[in-house]
Design a protein around this ligand. Structure first.
Ligand code: ATP
Length: 249
């Protein structure tokens, strides 16, 4: 069998925020195969969100090579973002946002629908199917700003799933969720990864990981301190072992 290229390949990457006089990420190299479940851990300010936004082509890479879904992130950021879903951390809609839940979920299809075109039947079907995966069909006509934080988070996950991404980046997806929603979304993520989606998740919650090996990437001070495939049971301890008291970077 011919081995395909990794779906994410970062080599010697430096990423800088606009106006910053030095890069936030330094010398990042990371390979992720299609269908991997990757947990990104590390202390506050370590660079976890910055890593997700680098993979999604949202930040300036000042040095190194980055390929995601076969596209060069530095040259083809738009194409990368068409194939990657990104759930950002703690996003809250303004209470007066004039869109219903279904309208927000269908925004996930905009890259495919095209500018100034109306959603087709297939876009509505994809949006409804994503809402059904998250159990939010009954909210479809509710204005998004009238939902709770946890409900809005489910809508944003549905928006990302409506476009059926090859890679899903999740930044603290469980932070606003009750235990039932966490269980439901954990099972959904495990199903998606078993079907071949590649998932990278920044999380401090390690219950209910997939019943298979996961890749654990631990960051600190803008660098990757550890990158290892491990059994799910040892993830939390591995991240603790690389905690601020135990690393001297
Ligand atoms: N927009 C920005 N402009 C300049 N620097 C930023 C910006 N956003 C983040 N940083 C800096 O980049 C570093 C890494 O931040 P990042 O948000 O990636 O950390 P994190 O590991 O995701 O932290 P947390 O666990 O607290 O969410 C921090 O020092 C932070 O101050």
């Amino acid at each position: 069998m011919i081995k395909s290229d990794p779906i994410i390949q970062l080599h010697n990457i430096y990423t800088a925020y606009e106006g910053a006089n030095r890069p936030t990420l330094t010398d990042i190299s990371l390979s992720v195969e299609k269908g991997e479940y990757v947990i990104i851990g590390g202390p506050n300010g370590a660079g976890k969100t910055t890593l997700l936004e680098t993979i999604n082509g949202m930040l300036t890479i000042t040095h190194g090579t980055a390929t995601v879904c076969g596209y060069d992130v530095r040259k083809d950021g738009n194409r990368v973002r068409c194939n990657v879903g990104y759930l950002i951390q703690n996003f809250v809609f303004d209470p007066l946002t004039p869109f219903s839940v279904e309208e927000v979920v269908i925004m996930g299809r905009y890259g495919m629908i095209g500018t100034f075109r109306k959603p087709k039947e297939e876009d509505h079907i994809a949006a409804r199917s994503a809402m059904s995966l998250l159990g939010i069909e009954d909210l479809k006509d509710t204005p998004i700003g009238q939902l709770s934080g946890g409900q809005q988070q489910k809508v944003l996950l549905a928006l990302n799933l409506a476009r059926n991404p090859e890679v899903l980046l999740l930044d603290e997806p469980f932070s606003n969720l009750d235990m039932f929603a966490r269980d439901m979304i954990n099972s959904l993520l495990i199903r998606l990864v078993n079907e071949g989606m590649t998932i990278l998740i920044v999380s401090h919650a390690f219950d209910d990981l997939p019943d298979r090996d996961v890749r654990v990437v631990v960051m600190n001070k803008g660098k990757i301190m550890m990158n290892r495939v491990s059994a799910p049971g040892s993830v939390e301890q591995m991240i603790r072992n690389c905690g601020p008291g135990n690393i001297h970077a």
